[in-house]
Design a protein around this ligand. Sequence first.
Ligand SMILES: Cc1cc2nc3c(=O)[nH]c(=O)nc-3n(C[C@H](O)[C@H](O)[C@H](O)COP(=O)(O)OP(=O)(O)OC[C@H]3O[C@@H](n4cnc5c(N)ncnc54)[C@H](O)[C@@H]3O)c2cc1C
Ligand code: FES
Ligand code: FES
Length: 1229
Amino acid sequence: MVRLTGSKNACGQGNCGACSVLLSEFDHKSQTIRHVTVNSCITPLFYVHGCAVTTVEGIGTSRDGLHPVQKSLVQMHGIQCRFCTPGMVVSLCCLLRNNPTPTKADVERAIEGNLCRCTGYRPILESMSPFAVCPMGAKCCKNKSNKLDTNDTEPEARPIDPTQDSIFPPPLMKWHLKDTLSISYGHTTWIVPCKLEQLRTVWTEHPTAQFVAGATAVGATTNHDGGPIIFISCHRVEELQAISVNDKKLEFGAAVTFTKMEDHIRKLEIEGAKPVVSAFLACIQSLASDQLRNVATIGGHLACRMDGLDMIPLLFALNATVHLMDHTGKRRDLTVEEYLSNEQTGKELILNIQVPLDNKVKFVGFYKTPRKRPVGSAGTTTALVLDTGGHFIAYLEGLSPKIIKLDVFSYLPETERTIQSLSLDKFDRILRKRLSEEKAETRDDLVNLSAGVLQKFQAVVNEQTTPEAESPHSELPIHCRSDIIFDEVPDSQPQTDPVWRPLPQTTAEDLVSGQAMFIDDMPSYQNELHLCLVLGKRARAKLVHVDWSAVKACPGVVDWIDHTSLNGRNMWGIMAADEEIFASKEVVYWGQPIGAVVAESREQATHAAEKVRIDYEEMQPVLTIEDAVKLESFIEGAVVIERGDGTEGFLRSNQVVEGTIGTGAQEHLYLETNGAIGVPKREQHEIEMFVTHQAPTFIQKSIASCLGIPFNRVIVRHKRTGGAFGGKESQPVKICVPVALAAQRTGRPVRGILTREQDMAITGKRHPYQFQYKIGFSKDGVLQALEVKVYSNAGCSRDVSLEVLDCTLNFIEGCYAIPNVKIEGRLCKTNTVSNTSFRGFGIPQAYVAMETIIDHVAHVLKIGSKQIQEINFAKSGFVPFTKLPLQDETIVEAWNQCQRQANYLQKEADVIAFNEKHSYKKRGIAMMAIRFQMGYPVSLLNQSTALVHVYLDGSVSLSHGGCEIGQGLNMKIQQIASRALSVPLSKIHIAENSTNTVANATATVGSCTTDLVGAAVLNACGEITNRLQPFKEKKPNASWEELIIDAYLNRISLSVMAQGRPGDGGVYYYTYGAGCSTVEIDCLTGEHKVLSTDIVMDVGRSLNPGIDVGQIEGAFMQGYGMMAVEEWTLNDRGEVESKNPSRYRVPDVGNLPRDFNVTLLSDSPNKQAIVYSSKGIGEPPLLLATTVHKALRAAILSARKDRSLSAFVQLDTPVTPAKIRQACTIGCI
Ligand SMILES: Cc1cc2nc3c(=O)[nH]c(=O)nc-3n(C[C@H](O)[C@H](O)[C@H](O)COP(=O)(O)OP(=O)(O)OC[C@H]3O[C@@H](n4cnc5c(N)ncnc54)[C@H](O)[C@@H]3O)c2cc1C
Ligand code: FES
Ligand code: FES
C-alpha cells in the first residue's frame, strides 16, 4: 500500500475537488500527452488504466522540493485549514501543464470545481499571478507597492520549468489499447472494449451488463453501495468518440466528453451554427466543473435519466436525435424526447447524438439560474428557440418533475404572434396556463423566475433585431482584482522579531504538499475496527421497534450499540444535558443517531448499518419558527433586554414603521467532516481519543460522562482540524462518544468518520431567525425608539442557543445609539437538528436585522441609508448592551477610510447613472460599519493555559489549550513566543493540543483564542525569561543556548506552565470595521454579481497581516454565502434536502467580488490589547457581508421604482435569484 494521504475525501460525490488528481494519457493520434484533472472519489480504478495518475505528492513535497505553485501558495497565504489545498494544487498545476501562461480567467476556471471554505479564494488566485498573464499589462495590480506580496514581488510572469514536472512514464507511451480489456475487482468486472464490434461481442456475452462512460453518475452511486457486477465501458470505443460536423448537423459520439465537445465547437466556423454553438457553450460552462466536464459524456448525460440535467432541455429545443443500437446490432433514430419517454431505450446503446443545423433557427437561448445550480436544487434551466417560421418554443426544467414544453405563440391570437408583442404579464399568463394543463404543482417564485427568463430571451432577441432597444446585458470585468494594504513594520524593528510581519506559516510546506495529517490520514492501528452510525429517518416519531437481527448476520460485524450500551449517561449537551446520544424512545429530528454498527471494515459497517429495521409511529413534526410560535413550542422563557422608555420614545418619534425580516439556516461545510479514532488502553479504563474538534474540555467531559469514567482517564488529542467555524464545538460528540463506547466495549481501536451526508444530517447549523421590528424616528432620521421580537429556531435541544440568542439581542442595535430599546427573544423548539455555534454566534443575524431597519427608515424618509447610519453612530462613552463602554472607538476612521478606498461618491454616482440607463439590470451600493466584542461576557471563560518546555539544545516546545482550525493560531502563538523569548521562530515548535498536557481549556471560539492563549504564552515566556535573567546578568554576551545550559547546570527548571486570564469583567475590547459593496442584479433572471467590495478593518497592530487578511476575506465570503448563496432546505416531513454539496451550494471562486480590496486600518494600535497591540479577527468581518444584502436591496428598490412599486422589501436571507426576481416585480404582473 502506498499510503498517499494528500488527496482528501471531503464529499465523496464529486462536488468539492478536494480529491482532485491529475490524469495524464498519451494520445497516439496527436502524439501528445493530455493532462486533465478528475475527482478521484468518483473515478473508478478501471477508468485510469493506461493513464499516469499524479497526486499532490507527485507534484512536490517539502522533502524533495516544492513546485513553484506550492511555494507561491505558501507565500501568498493561500492555505488556512489546508483540507482543500492538495486538490487546489493539482488543479493549478494541471492548468500550467496544459497552458504555461494562463490568463486570470483561465485560473478562475481551473479552480471552479475546488471549494475552499476558509480563504475566500483571493490569495489562491493571487498565488498564480507570477505565472498568469494579466490583461492589464503594465497597469497590472501586481506592480503596485504596499501589497501583501511586497516581500516577493516578481512583476514578470515567472516561467514554469517543465523539467520540474514528474515525467510521464515511458511504458505508458507505448500502451495502446487494441483488444478488449477486462479488469475484475471483488464482485465487480469492468470490460473496456476499444471498437464498436468488440463492444457488441462482450454485450452478447453479458447481455445484462451496464454501460458506463465517464462514470460520473455511476461512480457517485456505486462508490457507496457496491453497484452492479459487470460494466461495459464505452469511454475508449473509437466510434463513440467521433465528432462530425457539416453545415447540416453536428454529430457527437456518445462517449465524447463535455471538454472535448467544448474544445471542438468553440473552433467551429459555420455561419449557420452560431446560435447553436453559443447555446451549447453556455450550457457546458454551467455544468459543474472541469473535473466533471473532463470525463462526463454526452451519451452518459442523456442515458442517466436524472432530473435536473442541463443539456436535456437544450437537446429538446434543438430537436436533437439519438442514434441507438440494440444488442443484435439493429439501429434506429429517435428524438431525444422519444428516447426519454420510452423505458425500452434504456436497454439500447447510444451511438451518437445529432443536432440539426436548421437555418430556420434564428435564435437559441440557454439560461440556468442560479448559474451554478447543483443538480436537483431549486431553480430553473430553460432552453428557447425562435425560428424564422414564427415558432417560439421554450423547454423549462425545474418547474415540475418533467420538462415542460411551451409553444409560446400558440397561446396568442394570430395578430399578436410576434416576439415584440410579448410582455411580462403575457409570459406569466401563458406559463401558468401551460402549467395548469400539465396539472403541475409549482412554486410561485419559480414561475415568476421562468417568466423573467422568457422575457430575458425576448429582450436579447429584440436587441439583435432592433439595435436601439436597451441592452439586457452589461459588461462586467471578467476576472478579479484586489489590493491588500497594511502597515509595514518599522525599520527599527529587528529582523529577527517576527511579530507584525506577514510571515507564512512555518508548517505551510508540509501542508501544501499534503504531508500534514488529519484524523483519517492516520495510519490504521493493528486490529482497528470501523463504526457507522444508524440514523433515524423520521423528524418526529416513537421508536416502536428497532430490529438488529439482520445486522448480526452481516459479514465482518463485531458489535452494535445503542442507548442500552452506555455505562454512563445517554444524555449530553454543552450547557444543559438535554439531548440523547442515541434516541431511546423517540426520534426528535430527521437523522438522529439511534445506534451504531462496529465492523472489521468501513464498507462492512456501512453495509450492515443499512440493515437495521426500524418501526416508527410517526407524529406531526414542528419544523418552522411559525409552527413553533403557533404551538408555543419554546425552550426556556423569554429573554428581554431594555434601555430607556419605549412608550415615551415612540411618542416622541415623528414616524413609526414596522416590518419583519428573516434569516435562513447555514451549514458550516468545513471540508473535513467530523471523525474520531478511539484507542482503549486496557488499563484503568484509560482511553486515548483523536478527534476533529475545537473544544477539548467539552469533548473530554462528554466522553467521560457517557462512558461513566473520570475525566482523567480520557485523553483527547488534536493536531489540526480541517475547518470548524463553530461547528466542531459541541457537535463532534455525536461521533466521538459512540467511537469511544465501541472502543471501550470491544477493547480494540475504533475509527468513525462521518460521510458528508451523515455530517450534514446530524450536525447543527447557524440558527434561522425571524425578527419583527417597530422603529420610531425623527423626520431627519434620528432613531428614537426600537422594539424587536426575536424568534430563533433552536432545533430539538438547547445546545448554545440561549447564548447565541443573547448575542443576537445584544447586537441588534449594531453600531448605533438608540435611546429607547426593548428587545424580546424566544428560542423555538422544533423537530430539526439542534442548531449550534457558527462564526459570528448570532451577531450576523442581528446586523441583518438592524441594517434592514436602517434601510427601511431611509426608504420611508427618502434619505440615503448612509446618511441615516452616520447620524446615528454611537460615540465614545455610549454604553451598549454588551456593557463595555465605547472608548477609543475607530469606527469613524474605518468608515472614512473605507469611503475613500471604495471611491464611494464616484461609485454612487455611477450606480445612479447606470440605473437611469437600464431597466433590466440594476446596481446597488451599500456601506456599513461594525462593532464586535472580544472576550466572553462570562469572565470564567476568559482563561487559557500554555506549557513551555525549553530543551537543552535551546529548542522550545509549546503546548496550549487552543485548537488550530485553520485560523493561523499556531503561527501567531509562535510569533508571540519568539518575541517574548527573543529567540528565532525556527527554535519554536507548537506541539499538539492534548487534555493531558493542558487541562480545562476554554473552547476555541469567539475570535479571542489568540488573546487568551497569547496571554498565557506571554506569562510562561516571561517566567522563563525571569529564570534566565541571573545568568544573562552574569554573562551579558552569552547566547540563548549557553544560557539554557547554565540554567540547567544550576538546576533551574526550564519548563513553565502559565495561565492567561484577561477580561476580569467580561468583554474586554471591541473590534471595528467598515465595508462597502456594489452589486449588479439581472431583474429578469434574478442573478447577481458582486462588482466590488472594500473592507477596512481595525485589527489594532496585526500580529500577522497575512493571516488576518486571510481571515477577513474568508469570513466575508462565508458571510456572503449566508446572505445570498447558501439555501438550506427541509421537505414537509422534516427530511433535509440539502444533504450534500450537490444540493447545497456554497460560494465558489466565481462568487468572489470582481474588485476585492482589504485594508488593515493604519496606525491604530489597540490600547486595551492583550497581546502586542493586536485585536481578534476571525468573526467580525463576516458581518460586513451584510453590505451585499443591503446593496442587493438597493438594486431591487431601484428596479421597483421603475415599475412604480413603492413598498419597502424585507428580503429574507439567503437572497436567491428567485427572491430577487420576485422582489423586482411583485405587484406589477
Ligand atoms: C459532481 C457532479 C456534478 C454534476 N453537475 C451537473 C450539472 O451542474 N449539470 C448537469 O446537467 N449535470 C450535472 N451532473 C450530472 C452529469 O451531467 C452526469 O453525471 C454525466 O453527464 C453522466 O455522464 P457519464 O459519461 O459520466 O455517465 P456514466 O456515469 O458513465 O453513465 C450514466 C448512465 O448512462 C448510461 N450510459 C453511459 N453511456 C451510455 C451509452 N453510450 N449508451 C447507453 N447508456 C449509456 C450508463 O449505463 C449509466 O446508466 C453532475 C454530476 C456529478 C457527479
Ligand atoms: S470531489 Fe471528491 S471528495 Fe469532494
Ligand atoms: S483552506 Fe481551503 S477549505 Fe480550509
